[in-house]
Design a protein around this ligand. Structure first.
Ligand SMILES: C=C1C[C@]23C[C@@]1(O)CC[C@H]2[C@@]12CC[C@H](O)[C@@](C)(C(=O)O1)[C@H]2[C@@H]3C(=O)O
Ligand SMILES: O=C(O)CCC(=O)C(=O)O
Ligand SMILES: [Fe+2]
Length: 331
């Protein structure tokens, strides 16, 4: 349930619907080694260069696991408010309308879960966190789902390394595969909007994701919009059978700006609820982030100073959602 105080609805009202994204880039992760895989790797690299965003097909995540995880999430959000609030916590746990700690609001309720021990700090991980419904089944399903999506994210990062021509093959995926990776799962529920004389509401305000890669799956309800390099916004047609990948800030740094993290937001315009589950693949806290030498070229200049993920994450968490956070790390 989302309850807004007087005046808060005005803060999140949006004026206009955006046109659908004309060309959703697609990458088939199941392409067999050989020319098919090389073409998929090229498609992935050009999608990351042009949009920082693409759809993954042939992803290998079992559809029954996706359906079960979504049903578990829906079951959680359907609980009485008091029971959901028993799972409240910051930064991990249940919350509604507040995003971050700097005053950003949205027409949203959500669960944040740590996928790895590092991602779970300082609160609980799936293993030690018992959701107050249907036994521990919800936590178990979401944990299994997160593990499957994390494996897929690593597959995407391996294909990316191939497309970029960098070695070793796990140069990027190891950041997320690492046992110390700071990875999280976020489950968002955007209830149908209240009647607002045709106006739209911000579900999740515009931002880039700070991590390396985000992998998003939603039900069939629209809402996700991405921003093109020219600043125009477009609506992404939902596809519950596929996953969407966002290039996130740390990947922008690793590629020295060749890939740009995609600015995106969620707009609530529907009579139907939207449920999305997003895996955020983050590096270990101590990981130093700087452009990969192989992507700098001879005498190439690094656009970013070196910093650790811990440093970046804490700077991120102090600011507003829409802030362009990377600019203070530029050389
Ligand atoms: C306002 C904020 C919420 C956020 C932390 C931040 O200070 C800026 C980045 C936000 C974001 C966006 C992507 C993910 O949803 C998220 C979990 C993340 O890592 O960075 C959120 C943060 C959050 O909701 O706490
Ligand atoms: O819920 C969505 O579809 C996207 C939300 C998002 O961008 C986020 O949680 O970072
Ligand atoms: Fe996001």
């Amino acid at each position: 349930m989302v309850v807004l105080a007087k005046g808060e609805l005005e803060q999140i009202a949006l004026p206009a619907a955006q046109p659908p994204l004309a060309h959703v880039r697609e990458v088939d992760l199941s392409a067999a080694p050989g020319p098919g895989r090389a073409a998929a790797a090229r498609a992935l690299v050009s999608a990351c260069e042009e949009q920082g965003f693409f759809k993954v097909t042939g992803h290998g995540v079992p559809p029954e696991l996706v359906r079960a995880a979504e049903a578990a999430a829906a079951e959680f959000f359907a609980l009485p408010q008091a029971e959901k609030e028993a799972a409240a916590g910051r930064p991990l746990g249940y919350d509604s309308k507040r995003i971050g700690v700097s005053g950003d609001l949205g027409w949203i309720e959500y669960l944040m879960l740590g996928v790895t021990p590092a991602g779970a700090l300082p609160a609980a991980s799936f293993a030690s966190w018992t959701l107050p419904c249907a036994g521990a089944a919800v936590a178990d399903l979401l944990e299994e789902y997160a593990a499957a999506v994390r494996r897929m994210a690593c597959g995407v990062l391996e294909l990316m390394a191939e497309g970029l021509g960098i070695a070793p093959a796990d140069a990027l995926s190891r950041l997320v595969a690492d046992a110390e990776s700071d990875s999280m799962l976020r489950v968002n529920h955007y209830p149908p909007r209240p009647e607002l004389q045709g106006r739209l509401l911000t579900g999740f305000g515009e931002h880039t994701d700070p991590q390396v890669i985000s992998v998003l799956r939603s039900n069939g309800t629209s809402g996700l919009e991405i921003c093109a390099r020219d600043g125009s916004w477009a609506a992404v047609p939902p596809d519950p059978d596929s996953f969407f990948v966002n290039v996130a800030d740390a990947l922008q740094v690793l590629t020295n700006g060749r890939f740009r993290s995609v600015r995106h937001r969620v707009v609530v315009s529907s009579e139907r609820p939207r449920v999305s589950m997003i895996f955020f693949g983050g590096p270990p806290f101590g990981q130093r982030l700087a452009p990969l030498r192989q992507l700098l070229g001879d005498g190439g200049r690094s656009r970013y100073r070196e910093f650790t993920w811990k440093e970046y994450k804490s700077s991120t968490h102090k600011g507003r959602l829409a802030t362009d956070r990377l600019c203070s790390f530029e050389n």
